[in-house]
Design a protein around this ligand. Structure first.
Ligand code: G
Ligand code: G
Ligand code: MN
Length: 528
């Protein structure tokens, strides 16, 4: 089984957050600037539209004035009236022509004198205004016509569309402006269109005249705000971008800082990433599994399976090892409890503890919780203290071990032979087992002196009445040597490597004479 299982990196909040934090000020700034620009554009559009309305009203005042003067002549013969018609063209700016009509017939014109053309009052909005796209004199050329009547008689004055188009173009060179009369409108393109003009995409404004039946439509194209943003606010825009980048950078830095080893361990603890692996401990003779040591593995989302020597030192340094061991014991209990039928009575479960566990009595609760998962006497919990870092025999530590013993929990001294524990130490903590370090087991078959050291350790433990477990047994020569020299329990690759719970249970079920599995056990364990 490979020790590291690589998984693809996930898209996590840690990688997304700097983006969000960077984009947020830029988005907020852009929103505010956009809102500001829209307000400015609306105000400007309203002002221009009003200006156009006023200008067209001024033109129409000229037309109305001419028609007013000519109205009394309507119905009288054309010949004597013609000079007055022409003088009104001269006297009133913007007036291109003046005409008289009677009974729906235009009979007199400033341009031609006697004339004969039909006049339909229905062409005129409110009977007064008609936006034409040309007449017989200038076909295809816009023309605004003003009509004033008194019964069946009346006067008509016209203004050239060029005056209107020029106003639309000059008053709002950057805007979309249209003049609407009835069901026709004049655009800045100088053409008369039927229907109503399309509303502007930005800052659409419609303003009607209170004095004449026309309205002016103003506004801007859809890309106007963005265009303004680029041309008017380049400094502010750059500032926003820099702000965004800085915010994202600071956020990323903070997250990295928060990913210090202890923060990362805390995250892993909350994400329940610490898993128990089990290495069997066998009994001399039949070499059946009499117990197991629980070894922690970190199932890291990116790094895969991490070995404990890489993170246990950090966890011990920061004090998080206590919570991590608690989680590990809970996992272990939950993994094994459904399969207690596979465990022989008094099955040893070894859990590694450190000096941090001995500063208060919380370990008692943890052990109690662990044991409650199993029928009484089925499991023998053994706490392994390493001899490399000796635990201070403080009153609280001594009380803890006293109570642990009363609960039936056993104590093993791990890595024995590598430190300097005294006989007094072994007695104070009421050690039950010595676990001979694998470096001594590796000496078997070596020179006489090395072998002598091993023999002395075994002899010593026998004299003290302690149980012995030999660690790191890899060969049959080592196994047989240890068995012959009175070592009751052995642990090592020869019997089994540390393995995950399901593999462990599967192998346990496959042992000759294994107890029957309970109903409902997962098939992968039955298969073993
Ligand atoms: O299998 P191995 O690589 O698991 O173990 C490496 C070292 O980490 C050993 O010294 C072992 O005692 C230690 N270790 C493994 N699991 C734990 C644990 O849960 N707690 C502590 N304190 N040490 C552990
Ligand atoms: O808790 P302790 O320090 O005893 O941890 C046991 C360590 O020894 C673990 O890292 C485990 O993987 C390792 N180990 C267990 N059996 C063998 C073995 O037979 N040979 C070697 N080299 N290492 C072993
Ligand atoms: Mn150990």
């Amino acid at each position: 089984m490979p020790l590291t299982v690589k998984r693809p990196a996930r898209l996590s909040w840690r990688s997304l957050l700097p983006w969000v934090v960077g984009i947020l000020p830029v988005a907020c700034g852009l929103t505010v600037m956009h809102w500001q620009i829209e307000r400015e554009l609306r105000a400007s559009s309203q002002a221009t539209t009003r200006q156009v309305v006023e200008h067209v009203e001024h033109i129409l005042d000229n037309l109305a004035n001419a028609a007013q003067v000519l109205l009394p002549l309507a119905g009288s013969p054309c010949e004597p009236a013609q000079l007055t018609l022409r003088s009104q063209v001269t006297r009133n700016a913007f007036v291109r022509s003046t005409n008289l009509f009677r009974d729906n017939t235009l009979y007199c014109s400033s341009l031609f004198g006697d004339f004969d053309e039909p006049v339909d009052a229905n062409d005129y909005t409110d009977g007064h205004l008609w936006l034409m796209d040309g007449n017989s004199v200038t076909p295809g050329h816009p023309l605004l016509v003003y009509r004033l009547s008194d019964g069946a008689r009346g006067a008509i004055s016209t203004v050239d569309g060029d005056h209107l188009v020029t106003a639309l173009r000059l008053i709002g060179p950057n805007e979309q402006l249209q003049l609407r009369v009835g069901n026709a409108w004049l655009g800045q393109d100088g053409r008369v269109h039927a229907g109503a003009p399309a509303p502007a995409a930005t800052a659409d404004v419609t303003l009607g005249s209170t004095r004449y039946p026309f309205s002016v439509h103003g506004g801007y194209a859809a890309d106007k705000p963005a265009q303004l943003l680029r041309s008017q606010y380049p400094a502010l825009l750059s500032l926003l971008l820099v702000l965004g980048v800085v915010a994202a950078g600071v956020c990323r830095w903070q997250i990295r800082r928060a990913s210090s080893p202890s923060a990362e361990l805390q995250r892993a603890l909350e994400a329940d990433e610490f898993l128990p692996y089990f290495q069997p401990v066998v009994r001399k003779g039949d070499y059946r599994w009499a117990g197991a040591e629980v070894l922690m593995r970190w199932n890291h989302p990116r790094e895969g399976l991490v070995r404990p020597d890489l993170f246990i030192p950090y966890a011990e340094h920061s004090g998080q090892i206590v919570a991590m061991t608690r989680a590990l014991m809970l996992h272990t209990a939950q993994s094994l409890a459904p399969y207690t039928a596979l465990l022989e009575d008094g099955f040893h479960i070894g859990v590694n503890i450190t000096a941090d566990h001995c500063r208060d009595l919380t370990l008692l609760d943890d052990c109690q919780t662990f044991l409650q998962h199993f029928p009484p006497g089925r499991v023998r919990l053994t706490l392994e203290l390493t001899e490399r870092k000796l635990i201070e025999p403080t009153p609280i530590a001594l009380e803890l071990f006293e109570k642990l013993h009363a609960m039936g929990v056993m104590i093993a001294l791990d890595d024995f032979g590598t430190g300097q524990s005294s006989l007094n130490y072994l007695r104070q903590f009421k050690v039950d087992y010595l676990k001979i370090d694998q470096s001594f087991v590796a000496m078997i078959g070596g020179d006489a002196l090395s072998q002598h050291i091993l023999d002395s350790i075994i002899e010593l433990s026998a004299k003290l009445g302690l149980g012995i477990v030999a660690e790191g047994v890899e060969t049959e020569v080592q196994r047989d040597y240890l068995a012959q020299h009175g070592v009751d329990f052995q642990q090592g690759y020869l019997f089994g490597r540390p393995m995950p719970a399901d593999a462990f249970l599967q192998a346990l079920a496959a042992q000759p004479g294994a107890a029957r599995l309970p109903q409902g056990a997962p098939p992968e364990i039955m298969r073993g």
